[in-house]
Design a protein. Structure first.
Length: 353
């Protein structure tokens, strides 16, 4: 990480990313609790056009938590590599799932619990093998990175691909193929993360007393960030309106994180000085998180019953149940009182007759 200062910055970014996931995940629970309280009072629901939630303090607490989480996530990009910060955003889904099963009585089935465990394991592996990006400590060095031919080619490919998806593939296949609009969000999102990274560096310089406001690059990054986020929200809402959330969310996470990792590798050369075991560890951790998110979302509404077990496990379960019943029957025979002696005598006389 470039010495003790770089390592301290890395842990600062890691802590901010984890705090962001906790605040964002908890914000959904607070908002939901506020909406449930309004529903119990008979107030107009938000889905029916009502705005009574503006008078509910729990909803405002959730909105505040959301703002704090997004601010922490924004600041994390200024300290830690984007390849580390972006995948850790999946932990907000995990926090939301665990808290909803605790405070909202929403069922978290076996698939969801396994998905949570896999997400935690994958995040741990990614933290251990996190890439060490090149030092970008000023807007001048950021400008040099943006002039790199590799990044220019990548940005042009992203823009051309997004335009083709929007104007050519969207009208033809957007209503039937979930990948069209999700690819637009993911591709543009990789550029928005780069803008966030640059603005984070600008804020660090601003707090240190440098005249950043006079630099045109900071304002250009801010305008580009607003445009990218607006496009992301627009086409993500289109995808959510057409397709199921349990389908859109894991696909969007995988494609968006993959695009961010590619963009960061090209722009900041994060993978250039990594050894082979760290590369394998980073990819393995990412794939583990992907598996966990898939299990958490794809099978969220599927009840887990013994009938879903494989046949050999069902047979073993039946044999175990039979052995338990025979053991209980044998135990009941052992505790059964003996017949009285006069009953035994009468039974023997009847047999002689």
């Amino acid at each position: 990480m470039g010495g003790a200062g770089g390592r301290a910055g890395f842990y600062m970014g890691l802590g901010l990313a984890l705090a962001s996931s906790a605040f964002i995940g908890g914000s959904f629970i607070l908002k939901k609790k506020g909406l449930v309280r309004l529903c119990r009072r008979g107030r107009a629901r938000a889905g029916q056009g009502g705005h009574a939630y503006l008078q509910e303090w729990l909803w405002w607490a959730g909105l505040l938590c959301m703002g704090v989480g997004e601010a922490a996530n924004f600041a994390a990009y200024a300290f830690a590599p984007a390849t580390l910060v972006t995948p850790l955003g999946a932990l907000s889904v995990l926090v939301s799932a665990v808290l909803s099963s605790t405070f909202l009585n929403e069922q978290l089935n076996v698939h969801g619990k396994i998905g949570c465990i896999l997400s935690i394991l994958g995040s741990t592996v990614m933290v251990i093998h996190a890439p060490q990006e090149e030092e970008v400590s000023s807007l001048e060095s950021m400008a040099e990175k943006l002039k790199d031919p590799g990044f220019i080619v990548f940005a042009v490919c992203v823009l051309v691909t997004s335009l083709l998806l929007i104007f050519v593939a969207g009208p033809r296949y957007g209503q039937n193929n979930v990948l069209v609009y999700v690819l637009v969000c993911s591709a543009i999102g990789s550029l928005s993360v780069s803008c966030v990274k640059g603005l984070g560096i600008a804020l660090k310089e601003l707090f240190s007393g440098k005249p950043v406001l006079k630099e045109p690059l900071g304002w250009v990054l801010l305008v580009c960030l607003v445009i990218c986020i607006s496009a992301q929200i627009n086409y993500l809402n289109k995808a959510l309106d057409i397709f199921n959330t349990s389908v859109v969310t894991p696909i969007y996470y995988v494609l968006f994180t993959t695009a961010v990792m590619m963009c960061s590798a090209i722009l900041f050369k994060e993978w250039q000085h990594m050894v082979l075991d760290n590369i394998i560890g980073t990819i393995s951790g990412f794939l583990t998180i992907v598996s966990g998110i898939f299990l958490l979302h794809a099978f969220r509404d599927m009840p887990f019953t013994p009938d879903l077990l494989p046949l050999f496990l069902q047979q073993g379960r039946a044999d175990l149940h039979t052995s338990w019943r025979s053991a209980d029957r044998h135990q009941s025979y052992q505790h059964q009182p003996l017949l009285p002696s006069e009953d035994k005598g009468s039974q023997s006389t009847e047999e002689e007759d």
